[in-house]
Design a protein around this ligand. Structure first.
Ligand code: NI
Length: 266
C-alpha cells in the first residue's frame, strides 16, 4: 500500500475527532501556508499482541524502515522511529510503548485485565493503527486510577489506537519560519502551548526544535457517562542541518519526554 493512503485515512479521523486540530490546520491554511507533516506518533502498551512491532506492520509494508530507539526512564517508555526507505518527503513515524510491568502491582493488574479483553481473532495488524479502543467499555474510575501513575497510560486507555499527534514541519512554512513565531500565532488565536520544559523543546545546537498545543478536550463515552477528556494534540517541528549538511532526521529524548505531557489533564 502507498504510504500516503495510510496518512490520509489517519488524518480524516484525527481531524474529525479533534476540533482544536481542525482549527489549527485551518489557521495555517488561511495564512497561505502549505501544511506538510514532519511526523506522526502512536502510543501502545509493550505487549506481543499490540506492541510497537505490531503497530508498525502497515508502515513496514509501505516501505518504512526502523531507525533509532529511545528510552524514557521517568515515564517508563520505549520508542522507535521509522523512516521511509526512499521518499524523503514521507513523514516519519514515531511509536512508543508503555513498559507497564515497571509500575505498581495494582497498575499492572489493570493493564493486564485491559489487554486480556482484546479478542485475539479481531486483531488485524494492518488495521490496528486505526482501531481506537479495542478493550471494550472503559471506566472513568480506571482512567483516574491509571492517571495517578501515568498520564500516558490514562490517555491510551481512553483513546486506544489512533494518531496521537500529527506534526507540522516548520521547515516547509513560508511566513512562520521559526517555532517561536508559530507559537506566537497560536497563542494569539487562543491555543495553549505545552510549556512543560519551556514552550520550545530543543534548540538549533541539537538540530531539532519542537513545540505543541495542549490537547483539546473531547467527549469520551465512559461507563459512568460522557466526560470531556484531553484528546489528541498538534505538534510543530523545525529541523536543522547537521555537519553533513543534511537535515537532522532523528528525535531528541529529552524533548520528546516533555512533549508527551501535551495530553496531561492538568
Ligand atoms: Ni512528536
Amino acid at each position: 500500500m502507498n504510504y500516503q493512503a495510510i496518512f490520509d485515512r489517519l488524518w480524516v479521523d484525527y481531524r474529525l475527532q479533534n476540533p482544536a486540530v481542525e482549527k489549527v490546520y485551518n489557521l495555517f491554511e488561511s495564512e497561505g501556508e502549505q501544511v506538510i507533516n514532519d511526523h506522526i506518533a502512536f502510543r501502545t502498551f509493550q505487549d506481543a499482541r499490540v506492541g510497537v512491532d505490531v503497530l508498525a506492520t502497515p508502515f513496514l509494508k509501505a516501505g518504512y524502515q526502523q531507525k533509532n530507539e529511545y528510552f524514557f526512564a521517568e515515564k517508563k517508555l520505549r520508542a522507535v522511529h521509522f523512516e521511509h526507505e526512499s521518499d524523503e518527503l514521507a513523514p516519519r513515524v514515531f511509536i512508543s510503548e508503555l513498559l507497564w510491568k515497571e509500575f505498581s502491582p495494582e497498575f499492572q493488574a489493570i493493564i493486564e485485565k485491559t489487554l486480556d479483553k482484546i479478542k485475539l481473532d479481531e486483531i488485524n495488524a494492518d488495521e490496528l493503527i486505526y482501531a481506537g479502543v479495542i478493550w471494550g467499555s472503559i471506566s472513568h474510575e480506571v482512567y483516574e486510577h491509571l492517571r495517578k501513575e501515568s498520564e500516558y497510560a490514562a490517555w491510551l486507555y481512553a483513546f486506544g489506537f489512533r494518531a496521537n499527534h500529527f506534526t507540522i514541519s516548520v521547515n516547509h512554512l513560508k511566513k512562520y519560519t521559526e517555532v517561536e513565531s508559530v507559537n506566537t500565532l497560536l497563542k494569539e488565536h487562543g491555543f495553549r502551548i505545552n510549556d512543560s520544559g519551556g514552550e520550545i523543546k530543543g534548540s538549533k545546537s541539537i538540530y531539532l526544535e519542537q513545540s505543541s498545543i495542549k490537547s483539546g478536550f473531547v467527549p469520551v463515552n465512559f461507563i459512568e457517562g460522557t466526560i470531556e477528556t484531553p484528546g489528541c494534540y498538534y505538534e510543530f517541528a523545525k529541523r536543522y542541518p547537521t555537519e553533513n549538511g543534511k537535515l537532522y532526521g532523528g528525535f531528541v529524548a529529552d524533548s520528546a519526554n516533555k512533549v508527551f505531557e501535551s495530553t496531561d489533564l492538568k
